[in-house]
Design a protein around this ligand. Structure first.
Ligand code: PAF
Length: 281
């Protein structure tokens, strides 16, 4: 396994691989890998001859006062995990390599980036689509794998790839959960013991909503009010949003149907956690 830090070397490796007719599978991450990331890499290993993992904590997707500085980083640990899965190349550039002096170009997907996480984190998705676009240009993958936990991010990336005719297959992979249901996230390390316990309210809310939907309680307002009540029993929980949206348009739905996704963002203490899932399936 090779660790590459410059765009020029990464593009050279891509050129060599494509010269040999190899398929390139790509998993973009911000590092501090957990089992969810590893599941993407395992799937990528099956789908590509060359498997590339990028590790880059992208400053343009963090707002002022967010956790860019504190975001957990451990390249040594990540490299060991990646090597075990059979990653061929880790692309781990420094900030100046991605955003050199004079950098001025951004990619903006309209509409669907302004709701949900986009409403609370203005500019976040502009940072995501810009860096993913750059990474796609550098790595030129045939297939790129993302986790469904960032449901809106995945929807936005699908939109960008479609709108800009990018020749890459984008694959969403199931959410990976701890045994007690907590969705895996690099940010879970911020939680204290008691916060970790309170964080279970997200996945439990999903279960409550599913149960309601399964017995025919399909009114979104009622479901959301029930969840608000449940979440408010946790002393450190503060709801950012709870919405039931159409899976493709992200438009809010009054009534649950087979396209409905419940999306939640809840602060547990200072840590903002997200979760989502289909309600009828
Ligand atoms: O999901 C993430 O880890 C990041 O948003 C991504 C896609 C790697 C872009 O920085």
């Amino acid at each position: 396994m090779e660790i590459v830090s410059t765009v020029a070397t990464m593009q050279q490796r891509v050129k060599e691989a494509k010269g040999k007719g190899q398929q390139i599978a790509f998993v973009p991450t911000m590092g501090y890998l957990h089992d969810g990331h590893l599941s993407l890499l395992k799937e990528g290993r099956k789908r590509g001859d060359l498997l590339v993992l990028s590790i880059f904590v992208n400053p343009t997707q963090f707002g002022r006062g967010e956790d860019f500085e504190d975001y957990p980083r451990d390249l040594q640990r990540d490299s060991e995990l990646a090597e075990k899965i059979g990653v061929d190349i880790i692309f781990a550039p420094l900030i100046n390599e991605m955003y050199p002096r004079g950098y001025a170009t951004y990619v903006d997907v309209e509409g669907i980036t302004e709701v949900l996480c986009g409403a609370t984190r203005p500019g976040h998705f502009r940072g995501v689509t810009t860096v993913v676009n750059k990474l796609f240009n550098i790595v030129q993958p045939h297939v790129a794998l993302f986790g469904n936990k960032d449901f809106q991010q995945l929807t936005v990336i699908h939109r960008m790839v479609l709108d800009l005719n990018m020749p890459v297959e984008v694959v969403g992979m199931p959410i990976f959960r701890e045994d007690d249901g907590l969705a895996m996230s690099s940010r879970n390390v911020y939680l204290s013991g008691s916060q970790r316990q309170q964080a279970l309210v997200l996945s439990q809310s999903l279960e409550v909503a599913r149960r309601m939907a399964s017995v025919g309680d399909l009114d979104s307002h009622e479901i959301i009010e029930t969840l608000k009540e449940k979440i408010s029993t946790q002393s450190e929980a503060r709801i950012d949003y709870i919405k039931i949206c159409h899976q493709l348009t992200l438009e809010e739905q009054r009534k649950v149907d087979a396209d409905s996704v419940l999306l939640l963002a809840v602060f547990i203490g200072k840590t903002r956690l997200i979760d989502n899932g289909f309600l009828l399936y």
